[in-house]
Write a protein that binds this ligand. Structure first.
Ligand code: MSP
Length: 511
């Protein structure tokens, strides 16, 4: 079986990770976990983009050599992803030999085929920032912003990749493959972009100006510049694992769709005679309140570790996935986070867990009783479960995780309502045999429904599922699909006295 090969963008490691990086890796992880649970063989790749001007400059600022700098930064990113329970199978760093080798092979091949040529590159260069500037960066009066210092026009020989000669092919390809980019409206943006003629892509920088890169195999006075290095990671990581390529999905943010992933990458592969990835999944951006962009330079970023420390990993994962409609943007604020946390997690799910354990302890000696014959309330809850299950799976297949979570939490609320309706605390006061039977049925139904609810949450909240299973004394079946079937799986299981999953923050309102 061809693996379900899913990748994330590889992060620039010139600054610390923020909520945007965390989101993309968690989203990809949710897909990877979902596919694994559905029985696919998954290969999940993430990694770090370590070369380039910015990294070289950040290292210089710290007064250390680039290799030491990227080592430290990369460790920071990985530590976050481990903390976030991101279940990647492989982590690629563009400074690794396995990557550099494949990049150089690909460049050589394209050069041999006449796809790469040398020509004059003309651009406006900021010596202070050591980078070329784009025309759109000019101020309205035509001058350059202060931060760039002196800007001069430079003309220098560089290497170019013949993008333009493949433009017609790409337009045809995208027209014939309507679902290459998800969501659909993004594919339209790509075709819109392709209405203008493409310029060939400058793929090199002279080594004397940028030492921190991969030398061109056919001219060691140059290093390859940005995209020719970074994009190849998806392929280089599995180049020696037959049968894994092509990728099933590349998960990326909207800022790097056009032109890198939707134009450069398909053309590079096509020109090199390598199969194309099956599709691109493009997510939106986390913005600050009022739609502002997070900016490393102003320090206005959301540090995921703060939230994880205060609220736990699964609460953070839940929030990211619940609040983002994949493909759209979303705004982050602590108020919104707290409101989700309190209502969905502390109230609906957390309370359900507490009640179930508590009442099983109090009214059934801490052991899940056997359910008697289902009556109307049980039948209703079971029917709701079936609908919730079917819809949630369908929604996850289509990346609508926010709606799948919504349905699942609605089910949890319905279990709470069921408990209130059955009122085990009242039944327990009666010695009548019918009431005692109803009590056993109610407790068993709550436990079983809770088990199903957290099973469905597994791709998003894996640790919560584990904790609740443990609290219910449950050993899961090997197959997720079996776990998702209503059955009296918990009869006779001893349960824990309590489990505090989502404690209330000490000072609600300001956290
Ligand atoms: N190194 C390139 C990608 C190369 S892929 C061959 C890069 N790195 S990045 O660190 O700037 O961004 C990594 C990913 O994080 C990108 O997909 C980007 O869209 C995503 N995000 C960065 N900021 C983001 C938000 N504020 N919100 C959501 N995702 C965002 O680009």
């Amino acid at each position: 079986m061809k693996p379900f090969y899913i990748t994330t963008a590889i992060d620039y490691v010139n600054g610390s990770p923020h909520i945007g990086h965390a989101y993309e890796k968690v989203l990809t992880d949710v897909i990877a976990r979902f596919r694994r649970l559905m029985g696919d063989r998954v290969h999940f790749l993430t990694g770090a983009d370590e070369h380039g001007q910015k990294v070289q400059q950040s290292a210089q600022k710290r007064g250390i050599a680039p290799p030491q700098f990227v080592e430290e930064m990369c460790a920071e990113f990985r530590a976050l992803y481990d903390r976030l329970n991101v279940s990647y199978d492989d982590y690629i760093r563009t400074t690794e030999e396995r990557h550099k080798r494949v990049v150089r092979q690909m460049l050589q091949k394209l050069h041999d085929q006449g796809e790469i040529y040398q020509a004059e590159y003309r651009g406006f260069y900021s010596t202070r920032q050591e980078q070329f500037l784009l025309d759109k960066e000019r101020l309205p009066d035509g001058s350059w912003p202060e931060i760039y210092g002196e800007v001069t026009e430079i003309v220098e020989p560089n290497y170019f990749f013949k993008l333009r000669s493949h433009q017609d092919w790409l337009v045809r390809f995208l027209t014939e493959n309507e679902s290459f980019v998800f969501p659909r409206f993004r594919q339209k943006q790509v075709l819109e972009f392709l209405k203008e003629p493409l310029n060939d892509l400058c793929i090199s920088r002279p080594r004397e100006r940028l030492a921190w890169g991969i030398p061109l195999p056919f001219d060691e006075n140059y290093v390859t510049y940005v995209w020719f290095d970074a994009l190849v990671n998806y392929y280089s990581a599995v180049a020696d694992q037959p049968g894994v390529w092509p990728a099933t999905w590349h998960v990326i943010g909207k800022d790097i769709l056009v032109p890198p992933h939707a134009v450069y990458w398909p053309i590079m592969l096509h020109a090199a005679g390598i199969e194309l990835p099956q599709a691109l999944l493009v997510h939106g951006w986390w913005l600050l309140r009022g739609g502002q962009k997070m900016s490393k330079s102003t320090g206005e970023v959301v540090n995921p570790l703060d939230l994880i420390d205060r609220f736990g990993v699964d609460a953070f994962r839940y929030f990211l996935v619940r609040e983002m409609n994949v493909g759209q943007d979303s705004e982050f604020s602590l108020e919104l986070f707290l409101s989700r946390y309190n209502s969905d997690l502390a109230n609906d799910l957390g309370n359900l867990v507490n009640r179930t354990l508590n009442m099983t302890g109090r009214y059934a000696g801490g052991v899940v009783p056997a359910a008697g014959a289902a009556e109307e309330p049980e039948r209703e809850l079971q029917a709701l479960w079936q609908r919730t299950h079917d819809e949630a799976i369908r929604l996850c297949e289509g990346f609508q995780f926010h709606s799948a979570l919504d349905r699942t939490l609605t089910f949890c609320k319905a279990i709470n309502r069921y408990a209130e309706h059955r009122a085990p605390w009242k039944l327990a006061k009666s010695a009548a045999a019918a009431d005692q039977a109803a009590l056993r049925t109610a407790l068993a139904t709550m436990a079983e429904a809770l088990r199903l609810g957290v099973t469905l949450l597994a791709p998003v909240m894996p640790a919560t599922r584990e904790k609740v299973y443990a609290a219910l004394g449950h050993t899961p079946a090997p197959k997720w699909s079996d776990e998702l079937v209503w059955g009296d799986r918990l009869t006779g299981r001893p349960v824990q006295a309590a489990l505090m999953l989502f404690p209330r923050p000490e000072k609600p309102g300001n956290g």
